[in-house]
Ligand binder design. Structure first.
Ligand code: GAR
Length: 220
């Protein structure tokens, strides 16, 4: 049974999607804890309501990133994590923290990486005239919003899209994609290629498209 520790900063809807899928699909895993850097994160209430252990490590209580990351790692390690999941965790991580969980920490970022790392991804995609937008699950490396891609989901950008309407459609895709990607990891189905990419051993598609079945590779 794998221990999953999920880090959030706010709403926590991706965390809920993962917890729901874990329970509904009977993964060989449990949500050991949900940890937030913000005491008022709404996702903490959702986790508590599901009987999941929660903790807060408030970044405002620390002088600098190193001290915060050290304290955060202590709390995370108290839950014996096999996998750490960043789900709307809005902190820049120190290299030492990333190294500690190397190969066992995933992030979801709301753009088609390597396009648009950082903030305001949907606004930037619309302003750039992109016809496609989406979201990426990747292995965390020291470079922000960078690292081997586990899965991507795409949505079309509509001519009348606002930041909010695009974000809503992308979020719906995140709720399908992130649990799927975590399950691949839990089931040991992800392989590293020699050149640093991640492939799915089953040959299923790692691309999710709006309106398409979850695993296009499985489609007849
Ligand atoms: C998600 O859209 C996620 O991709 C994004 O924050 C949102 C969190 O929503 N993450 C980032 O921007 C990280 N760079 P949630 O709290 O409802 O899961």
């Amino acid at each position: 049974m794998k221990n999953l520790v999920i880090l959030i900063s706010g709403r926590g809807s991706n965390m809920v999607a993962i917890a729901d899928a874990c329970a509904a699909e009977g993964w060989d895993a449990r949500i050991a804890a949900v940890i937030s850097n913000r005491p008022d994160a709404a996702g903490l209430d959702h986790a508590r309501a599901q009987g999941i252990a929660t903790a807060v490590v408030n970044h405002r209580d620390f002088d600098g990133r190193e001290a915060f990351d050290t304290a955060l790692a202590q709390v995370i390690d108290g839950f014996s994590p096999d996998l750490v999941l960043l789900a709307g965790f809005m902190r820049i991580l120190t290299p030492g923290f990333v190294q500690r969980y190397a190969g066992r920490m995933l992030n979801i970022h709301p753009s088609l990486l390597p396009a648009f790392p950082g903030l305001h991804t949907h606004r930037r995609a619309i302003e750039a005239g992109c016809k496609l937008a989406g979201t990426t699950v990747h292995v965390v490396t020291p470079e922000l919003d960078h690292g081997p891609i586990v899965a991507q989901a795409v949505v079309a950008v509509r001519p009348d899209d606002t930041e909010d309407t695009l974000a809503t459609r992308v979020l719906a895709m995140e709720h399908r994609m992130y649990p799927q990607a975590v399950r691949w990891w839990v089931d040991g189905l992800l392989d590293h290629t020699d050149d640093g990419r991640i492939v799915l051993r089953t040959g299923e598609s790692q691309l999710l498209m709006d309106g398409a079945p979850d695993n296009p590779g499985d489609a007849p």
